[in-house]
Design a binder for this molecule. Structure first.
Ligand code: G3H
Ligand code: ZN
Length: 285
């Protein structure tokens, strides 16, 4: 059934667990996230980023409607989240498109401007019943290849600043920079667990880990134990899908039906979703 992100995150945080949130781009991503979550009987978040909306010719509704339908038909609770929103126009489409939550990302701005923009977004989001996440201490790797936006695993969120930011903006959750970076294709990140502990001790909202594709299983488990309640994963699905499709087509140069390689890609994503969801929820055996 369709669930709300705020509920899933609150429930996970209360159990000292976390909910995995997967970025979806195609219908195959949506189906794979739901099937993977069902296979391990664990709730999950489907998230659509502003970049994914741009890829879909700037239209959020077609993919969002598909995600709502998939969530409603799912055997486990599935919530819809609009991710890394920078444009107010997209933010304002969130409720009607079926999202229960948004991540408003003004982290590229200096502190005062990030705070002002985030507070305005939070006021509007709450007036429409949306749960809102924001980011402080920009997690790198967001805007394509280096050197334009190099991975910045050294970016850090300052606990005192974060405390003021959460209090003054009114957001429901905070994405923190503790050593991960977006779009990593190897799981080689090491997290600053000391800082994470200080952030968790200082803040009374759930903490969110971005760029989790580059974080090894053991580091994810430790991050959840240290206070992370939502774990965002995107690149890992694309690696799985693209790798499987490359392998399928490499072995079948004569293939023509798109269902052949899309099935291979989707099944690879199902396995990735199941594995990461178990690690994040703490149910891996
Ligand atoms: O908000 C989305 C996540 O931070 C995805 O990051 O693609 O590096 O896993 P990732
Ligand atoms: Zn992110």
């Amino acid at each position: 059934p369709l669930a709300s992100t705020g509920d899933l995150v609150a429930r996970a945080a209360a159990a000292r667990s976390a909910v995995a949130a997967f970025n979806v781009i195609t219908l195959e991503h949506v189906e794979a996230v739901v099937a993977g979550a069902e296979s391990v009987r664990t709730p999950v978040v489907l998230q659509v980023s502003e970049n994914a909306v741009k890829y879909r010719y700037g239209r959020v509704l077609p993919l969002a409607r598909a995600a709502v339908a998939a969530a409603e038909a799912a055997a486990v609770p599935v919530a819809l989240h609009l991710d890394h929103v920078q444009s107010d126009g997209l933010l304002r489409q969130a409720p009607d498109a079926g999202f229960s939550s948004v991540m408003y990302d003004a982290s590229r701005l200096p502190y005062a401007e990030n705070l002002a923009a985030t507070r305005a977004a939070a006021d509007w989001a709450h007036s429409r019943g949306l749960w809102i996440e924001a980011e402080l201490g920009e997690v790198g790797g967001k805007h394509g290849a280096p050197p334009l936006d190099a991975h910045a695993p050294g970016a850090r969120t300052d606990p005192a600043e974060a405390r003021a930011f959460v209090a003054d903006s009114g957001v429901d959750a905070l994405a923190v920079a503790v050593g991960s970076s977006h779009a990593m294709t190897t799981r080689t990140a090491t997290l600053d667990h000391e800082l994470l502990k200080r952030l968790a001790g200082t803040l009374d909202v759930p903490l969110v880990l971005h760029g989790s594709s580059g974080v090894p299983d053991g580091e994810l488990t430790a991050a959840v134990a240290g206070g992370i309640a939502k774990v965002n994963v995107g690149t890992a699905l694309n690696l799985a899908m693209t790798g499987a499709i490359r392998e399928y087509l490499g072995a079948r140069p004569e293939a023509a039906d798109s269902r052949g390689y899309l099935t291979a890609g989707r099944e690879a994503m199902v396995r990735t979703v199941a594995a990461i969801t178990e690690v994040v929820a703490g149910t891996a055996s």
